[in-house]
Design a protein. Structure first.
Length: 128
């Protein structure tokens, strides 16, 4: 009985070690291209500009009405709340949204379009 318990334990441990990396993966950014950024602009204009503003400063009636207010995407990337301008973290925000805010996730958009959004909104940031 002891031998079969050890085998079961080893099988469970192996299954755990094989599946954990799948759940812990972070998105790997694709190469930034004009096509991807153009796709991001189109999506931003359709889905994001109402709150974030056409130029990313969140100075819109909807942006002002939301509490907490959307962040000003024109500040330096290092000052962006929660992400500090890290593309993979921004992708997570675009995909999952931000809890306790009006920022909803956009997981229903194709991955390519979400990466386009990431690259497009990063373009709003002030240069160092």
């Amino acid at each position: 009985m002891k031998h079969s318990s050890n085998i079961i334990l080893l099988v469970l441990l192996a299954a755990f070690l094989v599946t954990v990396p799948v759940f812990c993966q972070t998105a790997t950014p694709p190469q930034k291209t004009k096509e991807l950024t153009d796709l991001g602009k189109k999506s931003f204009d359709q889905n994001c500009a109402t709150c974030h503003g056409a130029n990313g400063n969140a100075d819109t009636p909807a942006g002002k009405a939301i509490t907490p207010h959307p962040p000003d995407l024109t500040m330096e990337l290092k000052d962006w709340p929660g992400t500090k301008g890290d593309p993979a973290k921004l992708f997570d925000v675009v995909t999952k949204g931000v809890s306790d805010t009006a920022m909803m996730g956009w997981s229903q958009l194709p991955e390519k379009e979400r990466w386009g959004l990431v690259y497009y909104i990063m373009g709003f940031a002030k240069a160092k």
